[in-house]
Design a protein around this ligand. Structure first.
Ligand code: KG4
Ligand code: ZN
Length: 367
């Protein structure tokens, strides 16, 4: 009996978990080479901006209105049709469930109509593999995943094989950026606007609290810093002061990310006995130049290589979902058409259940 031969995977990825409707086509060769054939992102920023943040109902509706156009454009830009695909990968969570259902249902419809395998992808796993879209980055590696909804350190051994070392006990780093930006009167999304305002500012002018100083683990906390910055913002009158507070807040967030990553690197290096010292940062906050700079310095000090995805793959996109799908497909990991949309879906379920950093609640651990 002959074993099934490995074949190249050409996967349509769909991403609708927050405020971007995205579709992409990614090809993965038998020897693991990755080619992004197209990556289309339709941002909903303009629809949410008047409300100062993402409105779930508006998001879900906007996804419904654009998902088929975005998917068709991704195929057209790749020069392919549905018949050329080996599979469909859609984000199945975590995220805003109304939006997740739109992309997942669309993916199921394509899979059913074309007889293609479906892969229900964890959005966080997409971020975890995102650096592999543009760099030759083998497993395993240590990952700092920093986005609007998540802030965690993970050992990534491959798809379906991530282990959490630590996570935030309150806000995510992106959330802290967004909320501080709001108190400074900046438009949504706050992270990039705050980075722009901070340019040329004095990062030492406003001292901000350092969280969880006595602890030796890899947990994060941003709520104290966020509240302190908000209080300081209230008393400011000049643009120079606002610029300095933005620079101070950005530096404080970057410092905490660097401190915890340093701890995780020490831990990981011991576990790995000095081998595979690769550090990766991914997620929307990885787009921040100061954050990248601090992490790069720490990695160099610890003897780790440093990889960050290009900016277009830091924030939400479907190329990362397609790649996670292709890697899963190559391992035979597919899902049934009854795969549920999961608003909460920790990447490392064992760690999340054993040590919930959010109060688990009725619906289980969030992240
Ligand atoms: O990964 P992402 O697009 O969506 C989630 O999965 O959450 O991340 C969005 C987050 C937002 O909080 C946004 O403000 C933040 O990433 N972000 C930034 C920058 N660009 C995006 N934060 C700081 N500096 C930036 N340049
Ligand atoms: Zn994301």
């Amino acid at each position: 009996m002959s074993l099934p031969q490995p074949v190249p995977q050409t996967v349509l990825g769909l991403e609708t978990s927050c405020d971007e409707t995205a579709a992409a086509v990614v090809r993965r060769t038998v020897d693991g080479q990755v080619e992004v054939l197209s990556s289309v992102v339709a941002s909903q920023i303009a629809q949410h901006a008047p409300f100062g943040g993402v409105v779930p109902e508006i998001a879900a509706r906007a996804h419904v209105e654009s998902i088929d156009l975005v998917a068709h454009r991704a195929l057209a830009e790749a020069g392919l049709g549905y018949g050329d695909l080996s599979g469909v990968a859609a984000t199945a969570g975590p995220g805003l469930v109304g939006g997740v259902m739109v992309g997942l249902s669309f993916g199921k419809a394509v899979a059913l109509a074309r007889g293609l395998p479906l892969v229900a992808v964890n959005h966080l796993e997409g971020h975890a593999v995102s650096a592999r879209l543009a760099a030759d980055l083998p497993y395993p590696f240590l990952l700092l995943l920093v986005s609007g909804g998540h802030c965690q350190l993970l050992v990534v051994n491959g798809v379906g094989a991530c282990r959490r070392l630590g996570s935030t006990i309150d806000d995510a780093a992106g959330e802290a950026f967004d909320k501080i930006a709001k108190t400074l009167g900046l438009p949504y999304p706050g992270g990039p606007a705050l980075e722009q305002l901070a340019e040329g500012g004095d990062p030492a002018r406003f001292p901000l609290p350092r969280a969880l100083l006595g602890r030796k683990d890899c947990a994060f906390s941003f709520s104290g810093l966020k509240t302190a910055a908000a209080r300081m913002a209230e008393g400011l009158s000049t643009q120079a002061e606002r610029r300095d507070l933005a620079a101070s807040a950005q530096a404080a967030i970057a410092r905490q990310l660097a401190e915890r990553s340093d701890r995780a690197m020490a831990l990981y290096a011991r576990e790995q006995e000095g081998r595979n010292l690769r550090f990766v940062v991914a997620g929307g906050v990885a787009a921040n130049a100061i954050v990248r700079q601090r992490l790069m310095e720490i990695a160099a000090e610890r003897g780790f290589s440093f990889t960050a995805p290009p900016l277009r793959y830091c924030t939400d996109n479907a190329a990362m979902i397609a790649l996670a799908g292709a890697e899963r497909l190559a391992l035979g990991l597919t899902d049934g058409l009854d795969a549920p949309a999961r608003p909460r879906w920790p990447l490392d379920e064992a760690a999340a259940l054993a040590n919930p950093t959010h109060v688990p609640g009725r619906k289980g651990a969030k992240a």
